[in-house]
Write a protein that binds this ligand. Structure first.
Ligand SMILES: C[S@@+](CC[C@H](N)C(=O)[O-])C[C@H]1O[C@@H](n2cnc3c(N)ncnc32)[C@H](O)[C@@H]1O
Length: 350
């Protein structure tokens, strides 16, 4: 039996904001009525979406989870040594927290685990499971949006005041954001943390189109159900009436952006009631629901350097399909040197 005193009450940060539903409704409505209709991927994750994502991770075509677990199993000891004496792990988008379970045995000094997720169901279930498996660990689940930069800044600054934390961001979840936005997130995290703080980041790597597209469009239709469930989630949350049967799943590799794009497309015109608003979609219209950017070592090095981090280490699975990148929060001198080098036209060595 685990000791429930190990498990803190779920924390919600940013309580000072306007009621979440107004802000959220405005954001989703703006996205759906934009020239290119789109929805933030965070809306995949209600209880059903979290369960469907777990089913995706077990599909034969969906390699990222297996590759990332392979890396943690093969290199966990070395990763633990490189992370050094940390007292806490903060995980962004913890989901089933399967990966931290592989890493914790190599992080002997860690006393606290702070999973952050928008899915309350995932957060509660996995926190309880971890408390059961690691009796010495204190688990502080945080129900929040890690893309809320102001709230994250406050949260990380507070955490940095009490702990020597490592930030853990697996699952290539950062790749779901537009590259500029991903850069802004990394920069924001760096600003809230002390120099030298490590970030262990899971990133999916560029590979042949067939492998990529199969991973996001499986023949069993699980990814299609996951994609469509987003509309069911919006219906429930915002009093909408999307007819799920009218929307088909699309996944395609877009080499120009080095990303998989997922869309929902309707063949017939649709008029959708969304709260008090109506939204019209022409026949053939699409809603862009997800990007999944793919990286290589040089592009990740550049992303890190320009956002207040340095790429210090890099581990891949045997096939070189996925990587764990160890980034370290730069100190101010490094940033100043970098800025001077940029202004004088020096380039990074290859
Ligand atoms: C791709 S899954 C990865 C799950 C897990 N980290 C893994 O590697 O298997 C993304 C996770 O991040 C959560 N998530 C997505 N967007 C989020 C956001 N903006 N803020 C907090 N959590 C988010 C989802 O609920 C989900 O659990």
């Amino acid at each position: 039996m685990f000791d429930t005193r190990q498990l803190s009450k779920t924390n919600d940060f940013a309580p000072h904001r306007r009621p979440a539903s107004d802000v959220e409704f405005d954001g989703v409505f703006r996205g759906l009525s934009a020239d290119v209709p789109h929805i933030s991927p965070r809306w995949f994750y209600d209880d059903v979406g979290s369960a469907l994502f777990e089913a995706i991770t077990r599909l034969p075509e969906y390699y990222p989870t297996r590759c990332e677990l392979e890396i943690l199993d093969a290199h966990g000891k070395q990763i633990g040594e490189r992370l050094g004496q940390r007292t806490a792990v903060i995980e962004l988008g913890s989901g089933s927290a399967q990966k931290i379970g592989r890493l914790l045995p190599h992080l002997a000094s860690v006393r606290a685990y702070r999973p952050i997720d928008v899915s309350n169901a995932a957060l509660q279930a996995t926190s309880l499971e971890l408390v059961g498996r690691f009796p010495q660990l204190r688990v502080d689940p945080v129900h929040a949006d890690f893309s809320d930069r102001d709230a994250m800044h406050t949260f990380l600054q507070r955490a940095a005041g009490t702990d020597d934390a490592v930030l853990f961001f697996p699952g290539s979840t950062l790749g779901n954001f537009e590259v500029d936005y991903a850069a802004a997130l990394l920069e924001g995290y760096a600003q809230g943390l002390r120099p030298g703080t490590p970030l262990l980041l899971g990133v999916d790597l560029v590979k042949p189109r067939e492998t990529l597209e199969a991973a996001y469009d499986d023949p069993a239709g699980v990814t299609a159900a996951f994609n469509r469930n987003m509309l069911a989630h919006l219906n429930r949350r915002f009093n909408g009436n999307f007819d799920l049967a009218q929307w088909r799943h699309e996944a395609r590799w877009v080499p120009r952006h080095r990303r998989i794009e997922m869309w929902l497309r309707c063949d017939e015109p649709q008029v959708v009631q969304f709260g008090e608003q109506r939204i019209e979609f022409a026949a053939g219209a699409g809603i862009h629901t997800e990007n999944s950017h793919k990286w290589d070592r040089p592009s990740l090095h550049d992303l890190a350097e320009t956002t207040g981090w340095s790429l210090q280490d890099w581990w891949t699975d045997r096939r070189g399909w996925f990587a764990q990148a160890l980034l370290v929060r730069q100190d101010d001198q490094h940033k100043a040197d970098r800025l001077t080098a940029t202004n004088t036209g020096e380039h990074r060595p290859n």
